[in-house]
Design a protein around this ligand. Structure first.
Ligand code: 0VW
Ligand code: ZN
Length: 263
């Protein structure tokens, strides 16, 4: 699908070598969400997600994370409401995690680190016709962030976990269908923070309206361990590197306000 953003692969730098300059630089992500600095906005609406599992296509290890990619050629899996004025189309979701359960999320809440974070990536299909186009525009993308904490096994996630050994190496792809990503959202999606930010992996463009869920989802220790069995490296590379700590360093808030949908 268009959103697999293969063009990004060519510009990709390993996480640990931040590019020297980033586009703009005054609305970069991720950030710490300071609860006392966030401002309650009573005009924020409930989030509306309508995901059609039939648009789910494949899982791909892009050497950064693993992406579950959706057919985004029509408006079948969409997001609107919340802070958004337009309708956005789901193109993929992926995760960021650590080498252990003490860290791994990209965003933090009052400096609290979670072991992992889910990103559901959508692009503005009211204003643009391709992900690649929207990724360059300041109102082009909307990413829902969901924190993950260690607890009960997540039954919906398990189908995804079982498919991971098939995409162990960078550039491997496997068919993956009929997955409804709404099972990965917390039961309360009315409480979130939202702010203007950027992609946290190249092209790092300042195109993202971030919507970070307050309520984390629970996944088991063993499910996270399978994430860590993935590799950054392709099958033919001699030295294999385990895919862990694939999060970006936090960025300055600069002149931004984080709004909350709850008091
Ligand atoms: N972690 S992130 O901000 O979602 N970054 C992304 N970069 C490229 C395409 C999709 N997402
Ligand atoms: Zn991400």
């Amino acid at each position: 699908s268009a959103c697999s953003s293969r063009f990004v692969l060519s510009q990709m730098h390993p996480m640990w070598q931040e590019p020297l300059e980033v586009p703009g630089g005054d609305r970069q992500s991720p950030i710490d969400i300071s609860i006392r600095k966030s401002v309650f906005d009573p005009n924020l609406k409930p989030l509306v997600t309508r995901y059609d599992p039939r648009t789910c296509q494949q899982i791909w290890n892009n050497g950064y994370s693993f992406l579950v990619e959706y057919d985004d050629r029509t408006d079948k899996s969409t997001l609107h409401g919340g802070p958004l004025e337009d309708q956005f189309r789901l193109c993929q979701f992926h995760f960021h995690w650590g080498e252990n359960n003490n860290w791994g999320s990209e965003h933090t809440v009052d400096r609290h680190l979670y072991p992992a974070e889910l990103h559901l990536v959508h692009w503005n299909s009211d204003k643009y016709s391709l992900f690649e186009e929207a990724v360059m525009e300041d109102n082009g993308l909307a990413v829902i962030g969901v924190f993950m904490k260690v607890g009960r096994r997540h039954e919906g996630l398990q189908k995804l976990v079982d498919a991971l050994p098939a995409v162990r190496h960078k550039d491997s792809v496997v068919e993956f269908t009929k997955f409804d990503p709404s099972c990965l959202l917390p039961q309360n999606t009315n409480e979130y923070w939202t702010y203007a930010g950027s992609l946290t992996t190249p092209p790092l463009t300042e195109a993202v309206t971030w919507i970070i869920m307050k309520q984390p989802i629970e996944v088991s220790h063993d499910q996270l361990a399978v994430f860590r069995s993935l590799l950054f490296t392709s099958a033919e590379e001699e030295v294999q590197k385990s895919m862990v700590n694939n999060f970006r360093v936090q960025q300055s808030l600069k002149d931004r306000t984080i709004r909350s949908s709850f008091n």
